[in-house]
Design a protein. Sequence first.
Length: 213
Amino acid sequence: MTRCHTAGSGGHMKKFAFAIAALLAVGTGSANATPSLCNAVAGNLLQNCGFESGDFAHWNPKAASSGSDFFVSTGGNSGSFGAFFGDTAQQFDSLFQGGIPTTPGHTYDLTYYFQSDGNTPSAGYVGYFDTTFHVLGSGSAFPPFSWTLLDFTFVATTPNTGIGFGAYDGPGFLGIDDVVLRDVSVPEPFTLGVFGAGLAGAFAMRRRKRNSA
């Protein structure tokens, strides 16, 4: 994904050109999409985690009241697509996925890849919601960095939970991709097997000690 950083009216032309490129990319259809890394993560509770539908399917986008500019386009962390935020009025475009089945009291791990082109003003946040929205992380005036993995955990309190993102980047775009939400309170099958074998071994040793007494 190529960005041309210009000022004044040129900045508006850059955003217009980028939006046209996004529409053309989506117009090719998801048949040409490459699976995202997040699709291969066992236990991922999110749908369209890498935006490989070519749009916000299964997500609930909410446009800012002014300057809204966010969409799915090529150039993500993996696969064919990623989501990009570039509101020009320093207001948050937001993206949510709700109704995710969760177990109250269980710990959940939320990871995603984040990219900044270093343009300012910019800001972003991530969080989860049950009966209210809880911010897990936020920042502003991000320096430039390539796709970087971010990791947050929280404890679910309701049987259905949602996650949400919000961002703006007037001169350019912030990106997210490969979003994963997993229940980390449930041990992996391999861990359960090792744990079970350990219990069986301990039980056998205890029996041998009793028999030798």
